[in-house]
Structures are given as structure tokens and as C-alpha cells.
Design a binder for this molecule. Structure first.
Ligand SMILES: Cc1cc2nc3c(=O)[nH]c(=O)nc-3n(C[C@H](O)[C@H](O)[C@H](O)COP(=O)(O)OP(=O)(O)OC[C@H]3O[C@@H](n4cnc5c(N)ncnc54)[C@H](O)[C@@H]3O)c2cc1C
Length: 526
């Protein structure tokens, strides 16, 4: 007889996606455990600055406008239905978050204050504490989850899914003393965040090591779009880890990018100028850095009024390294920021393995395509975290062929055995791996650099379990980046600079190996 589950729902990760799912499930009367590898508030979520995008003001904005902005940023690879879900359900989820206690900034008349970021056609981004949106969201969610009956397991590290008869029945995890346990659950939600730590220069915290994606790959669960790592164009060029982010909202409020000669160059690159989509801005900067062999370009934010009050987080980061943004230009360079791909899900967050769900940055829900629209990711976590729970509560047993799972072959009942470690390789540290990825698989790539990266990663043996997970994700990223012989969204091939309709689709990794799933021609509007 199969062992009894310990809980209805085991949530891995305590960022916006995991905590909003845990709160919803607990309030729906389910028994829930939240397992997280650090303290409860430790997440990428708490670093988010700019805000949350949602069409909350019907007189100036609409889900249809938010839809078309999201689709055009995604360069053909968004799943149209997933984007529809995001933009129509987003406003209600943001209002629920406010109901849970998150305090967003308000204008003088007590209405919510909105800002605009790159790729958005109207000001629809709500923010908190000026540029401390993520910290406020995390604070509100941590406080709300502590008020539920959910059990919280802090400093537990999830190793791998437990799979029985083709179904996940929980995870193997290590407790804070180093002892291994099998935690059994009817449903497991992977909400373990992104993988920015694959790169040396990243805005992501040390915990963003792609653990959930690596667990999924080892269990044979489908993963896609991992070549689409979004590089934030404007991280402060300073040696701290993670790199302080100079939010796009600075450019929304009038900051201007300048080259080494002081010229504002973005209007020559895109009609939206400094507010062009992130991939366009990151490429424009990376090309100038390569051409001039420069460490950074400049962000001129000297004309932003009341800087310290409007952007307290950036202000503090600048002060820490001795810069005054009201008086001098800030050195900026692109940094790995957001993984658009991840674990393939249907419109309810179900994956190719029954019992496993994914939401937030770890997932490939289809809403970001080849390039995430700014401030859509916190919303993604809120919307799809909630949908996972609603589907579980409604009794959904397995994934449907909707969203990204259309055209993806189901996982076979028996996952492949774990790969045998390659012989002869040396133990690679996180820094070894990051060096290879930054040099050869960063903003600008070509066949020669990616082949070098593939060979270097191929001979590496990881020095610890997080490096092992980073290695799984990096190998998939490089494999997909080599296979995608075109430039699209955040994936730029110097040897294939154009977007090629032959690559309108996703490279999906399953237990049967990688395969290409073609997508229909995108519709720009609804
Ligand atoms: C500097 C910065 C600024 C950003 N600004 C914005 C913004 O303005 N707007 C926006 O929409 N997005 C922004 N983003 C992106 C956004 O913050 C993230 O995409 C989002 O918060 C991810 O949420 P998540 O819940 O999926 O994952 P995370 O918040 O990263 O949480 C992942 C959780 O999983 C846990 N975990 C991971 N592996 C394991 C394991 N093996 N075992 C147990 N636990 C594990 C981690 O400890 C963590 O608690 C920003 C990101 C950064 C880094």
C-alpha cells in the first residue's frame, strides 16, 4: 500500500509565487507545508524594485492594452492564452494582495500611484516604498502565511522529487542539521525561483540557483525556453553580489543612457528610446561595451527630482559605493536578471508529471515568451500561484494540453536514471561555472562561444549541490542557445542576427531528449 502523504500540499520556495499559493491553499482548508532553503523572507522577490504591472485603472488602461504590450515584448513566443489569463486575472490578484496587507504607494488623492517601465504603453506599474516593492510584498506575504495553519520549514533544502508509479509523491530534503528526510505530499508546487547565479554578473541573490528546474530535469519533467535569460541593461557596475539594480523606473522618470562620449544613444536604436524593451537596451549597451572594450556606460539620472524619496533603495545602493546620482552619472552594465523559460506548465501550473505544479520564475507558463515585459513577473507569480491552488482544490489530477503544454509530449511513467558523473573532470566551483557562462553564453553569443561553453561545462564536476543544479540549467541553456540559430528577444546570436520564422517555437527538454515544438503565427492583439 502506498505511504500516506504528510500533507495535501508541499510548497517549495517562499517568494511571491510560493507564499501566495500557500496562503490560498491554507485558507481553502488544505494542509500545507512551506519548505524553503533559507529564512522565510529570503527570496528574489524581496529585491524587486520597480513594481507590479496590472491594468487597474479602467479609464486609462485595459487588459487588452496590457495583453498587446506583453505579446509584443515576447517576440512571437508568448502563449496567447496564458497572457490572456495573466492580464485579465492580474488586477484581482493585486487587489487581493492589498487585502492581505501589502501597502502600495499612493498619490496625493489616496489613489494608487502608477509608474511606467520599458515596453509598457501606459503607466500601469504599482510600487511600494518608492522602489522597495518586493520587500513590501514579501513582508506582507510572510506575515499573512504566519497567520495561517501552514507549517513552515526554514533552512531545509529540497534535493529531488520522490516519484512512484509515474507520479510525484513529495520530495527528498535535507533539514538544518544535515539529516535527509522524505516528505510526502499529494501535491508538490515548485516555486523555487530563477537561475541568475549561472552568471557572474547578476542581480539575483545567491539562492537563485535553478534548483527547481534541475529537479524537474532529473525527474524527466518538460522544461523549455531556457535560452531566454533576460539581462537587465542597467545594473550598477560595482563588485557587490548581487549587483545593485538601477530600476527601469529611473528611465520612466527621465533618466537617460549615455555612451562614453556622453551621447544619449537610445533614440537612434528604438522609437521608445530609453524606454525600449529590455533586450533592445541590453544589446545596445553590450555592443558598445564590446566595440570600445569598456567596463560600463552611463546612466544620467541627475534630472530626477526628489531622488532619495522616490528611489530610496537605489539611493542607498549608490551612497554605499560613494556615488551621488543627483550630481554624477552612474556606471552601468547588463546583468543576468530573469529566466523567461523553465518548467513547462498548462494554464493551471500543472506540469508533465502528475502531482507536480510549478509557478513563478521557475515555471515556463508562456507569459514571457522570448522576453519578459518589465514588472510582469511578480504578477505571474501571483496569478499562476493562485491558479495552481484553485485547480488542486477543484480536483484537477493531471495536466491538460493547454498553454505551453500544447504540443509537448507527456512525461513517460518511468523517469530516466540520474546521469552518471563524467570521469576525469575537475571539481568546479560556482565561480568557475559563472566565468564560463558570462564569457561565452551572455548577452551576445555565437556558435564558437557557445561551443566553448558547452565543452567547458561538459567536463565540469560540481563541487556542491547548488553548483550541480546550476550545471544542469547551464548545460540546458547552452544546448538551447546553440540550437536556436537566430536572434529573438533576449537571445542574441552574433552569427545569426535576424529573427528567423523557422524558429517560431520552443526547444522543449523532456525525458526523451530535446525536441522543437512549433507555434502558430502570433496575434498582436485580441
Ligand atoms: C533586483 C531585482 C529586481 C526585480 N524587480 C522586479 C520588479 O520590479 N517587478 C517584477 O515583476 N519583477 C521583478 N524582479 C523579478 C521578480 O522579483 C522575480 O521574478 C520573482 O520575485 C520571483 O518570485 P518567485 O516566487 O518565483 O521566486 P523567488 O522570490 O526567487 O523565491 C524562490 C524561493 O525558493 C527557495 N528555494 C530555491 N531553491 C530551493 C530548494 N532547493 N529548496 C528549498 N527552497 C528553495 C528560495 O529560498 C526562495 O525562498 C526583480 C528581480 C530582481 C533580482
Amino acid at each position: 500500500m502506498p505511504a500516506r502523504p504528510d500533507v495535501d500540499l508541499l510548497v517549495l520556495g517562499s517568494g511571491v509565487a510560493g507564499l501566495s499559493a500557500a496562503i490560498r491553499a491554507s485558507r481553502a482548508g488544505r494542509s500545507v507545508s512551506v519548505l524553503t532553503k533559507g529564512e522565510l523572507a529570503w527570496s528574489a522577490t524581496q529585491y524587486a524594485q520597480g513594481g507590479v504591472a496590472a491594468a487597474l485603472e479602467e479609464d486609462v488602461d485595459s487588459p487588452a492594452l496590457h495583453f498587446s504590450d506583453t505579446i509584443s515584448a515576447g517576440v512571437g513566443l508568448c502563449d496567447v492564452d496564458a497572457v490572456e489569463v495573466l492580464v485579465t486575472e492580474g488586477p484581482a490578484r493585486v487587489r487581493e494582495l492589498i487585502g492581505l496587507g501589502a501597502e502600495f504607494d499612493r498619490g496625493s488623492d489616496t489613489d494608487l500611484a502608477y509608474t511606467r517601465e520599458g515596453g509598457h504603453s501606459v503607466a500601469r506599474i504599482v510600487h511600494a516604498g518608492g522602489d522597495a516593492t518586493g520587500a513590501e510584498i514579501e513582508r506582507a506575504l510572510v506575515s499573512a502565511v504566519r497567520d495561517t495553519a501552514a507549517m513552515v520549514l526554514e533552512r531545509w533544502f529540497a534535493l529531488d522529487l520522490l516519484v512512484e508509479g509515474g507520479r510525484a509523491v513529495g520530495v527528498r530534503a535535507v533539514d538544518p542539521t544535515g539529516t535527509q528526510h522524505e516528505l510526502r505530499a499529494t501535491h508538490t508546487i515548485l516555486a523555487t525561483g530563477g537561475a541568475g547565479q549561472c552568471f557572474a554578473v547578476t542581480t539575483n541573490p545567491l539562492l537563485s540557483t535553478g534548483d527547481g528546474i534541475a529537479m524537474a530535469r532529473r525527474a524527466g519533467i518538460a522544461v523549455a525556453d531556457v535560452e531566454f535569460m533576460q539581462f537587465h541593461p542597467t545594473a550598477l557596475d560595482h563588485a557587490s553580489m548581487p549587483r545593485p539594480l538601477l530600476s527601469e523606473a529611473l528611465r520612466g522618470e527621465g533618466a537617460v543612457l549615455r555612451d562614453d562620449d556622453g551621447h544619449a544613444f537610445m533614440l537612434a536604436e528604438h522609437t521608445l528610446g530609453d524606454l525600449a524593451p529590455r533586450d533592445v537596451v541590453a544589446r545596445a549597451i553590450a555592443r558598445r561595451l564590446n566595440d570600445g572594450d569598456l567596463p560600463h556606460l552611463w546612466l544620467d539620472a541627475t534630472l530626477i527630482p526628489d531622488f532619495a524619496r522616490r528611489f530610496p533603495t537605489v539611493w542607498r545602493a549608490c551612497q554605499t559605493v560613494g556615488l551621488d546620482p543627483t550630481d554624477e552619472w552612474l556606471p552601468v552594465a547588463p546583468a543576468a536578471h530573469y529566466l523567461s523559460g523553465g518548467i513547462c506548465t498548462d494554464l493551471d501550473g500543472a506540469t508533465t508529471m502528475p502531482g507536480v505544479w510549478a509557478c513563478g520564475e521557475v515555471a515556463c507558463s508562456g507569459v514571457h515568451g522570448a522576453n519578459r515585459l518589465a514588472s510582469n513577473s511578480l504578477l505571474d507569480g501571483l496569478v499562476f500561484g493562485s491558479r495552481c491552488v484553485d485547480a488542486i482544490v477543484a480536483g484537477k489530477a493531471e495536466a491538460e494540453a493547454t498553454g505551453v503544454l500544447r504540443g509537448v509530449e507527456p512525461t513517460s511513467p518511468t523517469p530516466p536514471p540520474p546521469p552518471t558523473p563524467s570521469r576525469g573532470g575537475r571539481r568546479a566551483s560556482r565561480e568557475d561555472l559563472q566565468r564560463v557562462m558570462t564569457r561565452d553564453a551572455g548577452v551576445l553569443r555565437d556558435a564558437a562561444s557557445l561551443t566553448r561553453a558547452r565543452d567547458a561545462l561538459g567536463s565540469m564536476q560540481p563541487s556542491d549541490r547548488e553548483v550541480a543544479n546550476l550545471l544542469v540549467v547551464s548545460r540546458a541553456l547552452v544546448h538551447a542557445a546553440l540550437a536556436r540559430e537566430e536572434s529573438r528577444g533576449t537571445h542574441t546570436r552574433l552569427d545569426f542576427p535576424e529573427t528567423d520564422p523557422a524558429f517560431l517555437g520552443r526547444l522543449v527538454f523532456t525525458d526523451a531528449g530535446p525536441h522543437f515544438v512549433r507555434l502558430p503565427e502570433p496575434a498582436a492583439t485580441r
